[in-house]
Design a protein around this ligand. Structure first.
Ligand SMILES: CC(C)(COP(=O)(O)OP(=O)(O)OC[C@H]1O[C@@H](n2cnc3c(N)ncnc32)[C@H](O)[C@@H]1OP(=O)(O)O)[C@@H](O)C(=O)NCCC(=O)NCCS
Length: 206
């Protein structure tokens, strides 16, 4: 637990959605202050698409309307934690599951970027999306200047598939958003252990 004021959150020894160093759990009320703090910082907030300042009250409303009502229905809103702890490192969503343009969107931010957490969380989320939800495709997009995000997604096996011309803003100028995706076949071709294989190789109860 992070502190007595936060609700009790059990920490599984063999989490369902996990990477090599992190695991994913549904966002809960105890995360909202950390969430609000992260999205109001230029890094990671701006790059993650939070262009206006958000209050804690707005964050709580979003949580009630989105996470409480929709988690497990048409999306999954996860907090990223280190294995063996419920500490908040950031968030990753597999969301807006669409049955017409089939697949789902992935969005992520890490409160302290550049330490290898984001790529591990993306691996865990795509294993969950393809391996548990049976999605045919997962896509995301970011500003063309967001080199770290583009590098992170490409490293995880995403492929750039197009540009949303003029849909972004960066440093006071119109920019393109770059859209990337991973298909089920791309995911199957990845040569890395999946979430459930990592659980098999770890000793029980870690
Ligand atoms: C994008 C993000 C989730 C990646 O998580 P992270 O923990 O920073 O990522 P990692 O440390 O695992 O790795 C990022 C990759 O980018 C590279 N990288 C790191 N800093 C970089 C920089 N300033 N410019 C370019 N590449 C960079 C790393 O070298 C690494 O690639 P490599 O493993 O091939 O060397 C995180 O940086 C973030 O939250 N950014 C702000 C919000 C955002 O952009 N969200 C994504 C919108 S879709």
């Amino acid at each position: 637990m992070n502190g007595q004021e936060k609700p009790y959150r059990p920490v599984p020894s063999r989490p369902i959605a996990r990477g090599r160093r992190v695991w994913l759990r549904p966002i809960d009320e105890g995360d909202l202050e950390d969430y609000c703090a992260a999205i109001n910082e230029h890094e990671p907030g701006w790059w993650a698409g939070y262009v206006g300042a958000s209050s804690l009250a707005q964050t709580r409303r979003w949580y009630e309307k989105t996470v409480v009502e929709r988690h497990g229905v048409d999306g999954y809103w996860f907090t990223v934690c280190p294995l063996g702890s419920d500490e908040f490192l950031g968030q990753i969503w597999v969301w807006d599951i669409d049955h017409r343009v089939r697949g789902a969107e992935i969005s992520v931010y890490i409160a302290a970027p550049g330490r290898g957490v984001g790529t591990d969380a993306i691996d865990a989320a795509v294993d969950f999306g393809f391996g548990s939800l049976d999605l045919p495709r997962i896509f995301g997009f970011t500003d063309e200047h967001n080199q770290r995000s583009l590098a992170a997604f490409e490293r995880c096996g995403f492929v750039v598939e197009g540009r949303l011309r003029g849909a972004g803003t960066h440093a006071g100028r119109r920019t393109d958003l770059v859209q990337f995706s991973m298909t089920l076949d791309d995911w199957r071709a990845l040569e890395r252990p999946r979430s459930w294989e990592l659980n098999q190789s770890d000793p029980p109860g870690r």
